[in-house]
Design a binder for this molecule. Structure first.
Ligand code: AMP
Length: 439
């Protein structure tokens, strides 16, 4: 039990606060018998129970037992008191890797060295059927020798869990590392999503800034979905080739870990025998998770919260809205000075939006052409002052019931487009539009 001398279970000295997550505070600790430094993650049981995460945490502890690798922070043991759960974890003395990048981009060799360690860790975990799903700067720590340590493998749920209360807190980090298929809730392969995130991390290490960035969240998602990024001029062609294979928006054609490891840029200075991987079971008692949580069997989380839990990490409409400043939806839209383009948000399904757009086109005597990727072209048959009018509408899915629709004039007279938009399209779409840009 924690007492006034800050000793946990008569085994660990509690020290200074190292950092803070959503449900957890992480403290420095020292094993009183061996003197070994550890990190102690303290989780508030009540908060976890409230959001229905207890089963997930139990499962994740079992997963973490499968993963023992020099580049993955090791879970030494789990303890619990009536109100708290304690994870005793390997201590990463060097702190977060991204504190280094914050001081400026890394030299190519240094970035490669970290990247090799990251890929080694991910490869190992994937081979054990565990994907991280939440790779981001906060989860990459360093030991005292500069060795990379991936943290929260299998525990990403604790970071993600706050979606249950409807808010995506800032401590959850940025969605800038998340693969397009995760954002768009398409159902995804966790391993492929991890490769995308590793691509973003490598880019950041080498460039010193994010490949996909926009103050406007929706525009950032568009960039991610379209894999719209530019390589800085100091990136070598080899680096660009590897990164473009990792940042492939199609998970099916995205490069695999095996191919990354065969890549010539990756292979420089890489000694695959340099690390001996121990895979014995950690000191954790296999039944520890159940014993620790026995008192939690009466998990009273609402059924809805539990259902949500089993779904992969992704953002829901409410997350997106809460990310826009102070619930002001205008923050979701870009400032658009050209009057040739507008957007609206709809809470209807993509098929409802499409059929509504088709109805409106028929009513306005516009021809409809369906293109790939949810693009509809509405074309006027008569030639206007500047040729036939053509309007492109594109649907971006954030969740099955939360869409952003872009409406833009691709040819013809702008004034004619504005008139048809104001007097025809906007009023006809009123049943399915939740908010127009600027409203
Ligand atoms: P987390 O809740 O795991 O995201 O941890 C919050 C912060 O605590 C991290 O961003 C780190 O700065 C710090 N931290 C977490 N685990 C460790 C560790 N094992 N060693 C050192 N610092 C840690």
């Amino acid at each position: 039990m924690e007492n006034k001398r800050n000793v946990l279970m008569e085994r660990y000295d509690f020290g200074r606060l190292l950092g803070q997550g959503n449900f957890a505070k992480v403290y420095y600790g020292r094993n009183l018998i061996t003197g070994q430094s550890v990190a102690i993650k303290v989780i508030d049981k009540e908060k976890v129970l409230k959001v229905g995460l207890m089963d997930q945490i139990k499962r994740e502890i079992s997963i973490m037992r499968l993963v023992k690798h020099p580049n993955v922070l090791q879970l030494y043991e789990v303890m619990a008191t009536k109100n708290k759960i304690y994870f005793v974890i390997e201590y990463a003395k060097g702190g977060e890797l991204f504190n280094k990048v914050a001081k400026g981009r890394l030299k190519e060799d240094v970035a490669r060295m970290y990247f090799q360690q990251l890929i080694r860790a991910i490869d190992f975990c994937h081979s054990r059927g565990v994907s991280h799903r939440d790779l981001k700067p906060e989860n990459l720590l360093l030991d005292e020798n500069g060795g990379l340590k991936v943290s929260d493998f299998g525990l990403s749920a604790t970071a993600e869990s706050n979606r249950q209360d409807g808010f995506l807190h800032t401590t959850c980090g940025t969605p800038a590392y998340v693969a397009p298929e995760v954002i768009y809730r398409k159902g995804y392969d966790g391993a492929k999503a991890d490769i995308w995130s590793c691509g973003v991390i490598l880019f950041v290490l080498l460039a010193g800034y994010l490949p996909f960035h926009d103050a406007n969240l929706i525009l950032m998602y568009q960039k991610i979905r379209r894999a719209e990024y530019k390589f800085p001029n100091w990136f070598s062609p080899e680096m660009c080739r590897l990164l473009s294979r990792m940042l492939d928006p199609n998970p099916k054609t995205r490069i695999s870990i095996t191919k990354i490891m065969e890549n010539s840029w990756f292979g420089k200075g890489f000694n695959c025998n340099a690390v001996t991987i121990k895979n014995e079971v950690t000191g954790l008692d296999p039944l520890a998770a159940d014993v620790i949580f026995d008192s939690c069997e009466n998990d009273s989380a609402p059924a809805e919260a539990k259902k949500e839990m089993s779904q992969p990490a992704s953002l829901n409409a409410f997350d997106i809205i809460s990310l826009s400043s102070g619930f002001d939806l205008s923050g979701l839209f870009a400032k658009d000075n050209q009057k040739k383009e507008t957007k609206f948000i709809s809470m209807h399904s993509a098929s409802t939006i499409t059929s509504k757009l088709e109805d409106v086109a028929r009513f306005l005597k516009l021809k409809v052409k369906k293109k790939d990727g949810g693009l509809l072209k509405l074309e006027g048959s008569e030639k206007g002052r500047k040729g036939a009018l053509s309007i492109d509408t594109e649907i971006f899915e954030f969740t099955p019931s939360f869409h952003l629709v872009e409406v833009k004039s691709s040819s013809g007279d702008t004034l004619e487009y504005q008139q048809i938009l104001e007097n025809g399209i906007r009023p006809a779409l009123k049943d399915i539009v939740w908010a127009w840009q600027g409203e």
